[in-house]
Design a binder for this molecule. Structure first.
Ligand code: NDP
Length: 478
């Protein structure tokens, strides 16, 4: 693997030696607050029931959305009303329903496409020249290096896709759209395999044993993950790879293919489809341009790798985050100029907030608080916390700029972009608005999860922070 150093990596390098002790077994993890921090370990019955429901119903939900679009023109209640017409006591009619009307069919082409794509992304991750980025201290006190080459992989993938389809005519640009049902099956096969493999790996051959977390519940461990940073070898990081490549690189590629399908159907691409593609493109390119920043967000710094991320990155993200373009293939919407302008304004304002807030946190952490925020020296609370190697570490919490307005103002920007993505589809149906409902649920739930985790990690420093910045999301409201 070709690797070059960047400036942030040298900044962090002095810390990396601390990660050399990765094979040590962790003593019980006790922060200065007397509590543990990191992923939850004490699980109540409601959490266990919730975990079973998630693992069983999330895949069915994705299939349901696929059926709604594929067979009922994205009418969200279509499959449910058909379901009600079946005689519950007649098992033959149920089986016919499931096989004929419900589940997508696997095909050899879908299988080759999906696994070809996956191996190609893995090859790009391993062989494309990369910078090295660093995460934050884990609960066991490790700071891990990461391969950061997502932007290059994104460009190579999209250039080859466009050259192969539109340029050389080797395959139709609508190929992803045309094989969507079969790809859903293949992605599920991989997502479930990866989740089980990660569970077994965590138990039998973990990458960093000191950072594992076990609860008394199999299903919770399976869902939320045991290993924090599972890897193959030193560099192939499961979390960064699966979130970024099969997940986020796919996002814009899928949209492009659905735009091509719309073109095939009606002879042009609607302004609504262009808008959806544009918003997703900005979001995805921002992610890869700032991939080093992503190493210090909750996904990488706090979530363990279980079904939630393994199956979520393989299936939930590519199949549900792109629903707007699936809808627009079935319902081409031509937006008026004023409406387009309003949607653009919401989306771009949201993007500005999203990027500016995230940048403030990143810069203040990278400069250890020695930077200007909104033209004035950053105001911070300097904190200490303990890791399971028995050491006390230092960090800081920014309390000025956007981070003085609320504790998660970056989520406000994200929700505005998400709303604009949905509004791009007009107001005819509810299905393309799934994304904003889901993002609201996801981010509000994250606020609660983050509150617990930071409280346990920082103790009285966190109380001080909450006093200085009392609002969670929207200033003066909540
Ligand atoms: P943040 O980037 O806000 O990270 C939260 C963490 O930052 C906390 O756990 C804490 O970690 C640290 N922190 C909290 N307050 C402060 C502060 N005042 N100063 C400095 N550090 C602080 O959250 P996410 O990782 O959830 O989100 C990152 C971005 O990604 C957001 O814009 C979000 O909207 C987006 N996102 C998008 C998703 C999608 O599916 N499209 C999903 C999730 C997020 P510690 O102190 O331990 O370092």
């Amino acid at each position: 693997m070709a690797v070059t150093q960047d400036s942030t990596s040298t900044l962090k390098q002095r810390n990396v030696k601390a990660s050399g002790s990765s094979e040590a077994t962790a003593p019980t993890l006790v922060a200065q607050t007397g509590k543990t921090w990191g992923r939850a370990r004490e699980i109540g019955i409601l959490t266990i029931i919730g975990s079973y429901i998630t693992v069983l119903f999330a895949p069915l939900f994705v299939v349901y959305m696929w059926v709604s679009c594929d067979k009922y023109q994205c009418e969200i209640l279509g499959p449910a009303s058909k379901l009600l017409t079946y005689d519950l006591s007649d098992s033959k009619s149920w089986i016919a329903f499931l096989t004929d009307d419900f589940f997508p069919k696997p095909t050899a082409e879908g299988f080759y496409l999906y696994f070809g794509w996956l191996f190609f992304q893995a090859a790009l991750y391993v062989f494309v020249p990369a910078k090295i980025g660093y995460g934050q201290e884990t609960p066991a006190g490790l700071i891990l290096p990461y391969v950061v080459n997502g932007l290059r992989a994104w460009f190579i993938t999209h250039a080859l896709f466009i050259a192969g389809s539109i340029g050389l005519g080797l395959f139709p640009a609508s190929i992803i759209h045309d094989n969507w049902g079969a790809l859903l099956i293949s992605a599920n096969v991989y997502g479930f395999f990866l989740a089980f493999f990660s569970y077994v790996k965590a138990n039998l051959f973990p990458s960093h044993p000191a950072d594992r977390k076990f609860s008394s519940s199999f299903i919770y461990d399976f869902l939320m993950g045991i290993e924090f940073n599972p890897r193959i070898g030193k560099w192939f990081d499961f979390k960064l790879f699966h979130n970024g490549r099969p997940g986020i690189v796919a996002w814009t590629l899928i949209n492009l293919s659905f735009a091509a399908a719309q073109y095939n159907n009606i002879g042009y691409v609607t302004n609504s489809m262009i808008l959806v593609n544009l918003f997703h493109l900005i979001y995805v390119l921002d992610f890869f341009y700032n991939e080093d920043w992503y190493l210090r967000t909750i996904d990488i710094c706090h979530d363990h790798f279980g079904f939630y991320l393994a199956w979520g990155d393989s299936v939930w993200l590519p199949f549900l985050y792109t629903l707007q373009s699936h809808y627009l293939v079935r319902h081409p919407v031509d937006l008026s100029l004023p409406y387009t302008g309003a949607v653009l304004a919401v989306g771009l304002a949201g993007y500005y907030i999203f990027r500016a807030v995230n940048h403030q946190k990143d810069i203040v952490r990278r400069t250890d608080g020695n930077c200007l925020i909104w033209g004035k020296p950053a105001k911070v609370i300097r904190t200490e916390f303990a890791t399971s190697d028995g050491k006390t570490r230092k960090s800081l919490l920014l309390i000025s700029g956007f981070w003085g307005l609320s504790r998660h103002f970056n989520y406000v920007g994200d929700l505005m972009i998400s709303l604009a993505m949905c509004m791009s589809c007009g107001t005819g149906h509810i299905l393309p608005y799934f994304y904003i409902f889901y993002m609201t649920f996801l981010l509000v739930q994250r606020i609660f999860r983050d509150q617990d985790r930071c409280q346990n990690k920082y103790g009285h420093y966190w109380d001080q922070y909450c006093k200085a910045v009392p609002y969670k999301l929207i200033p003066y409201i909540w």
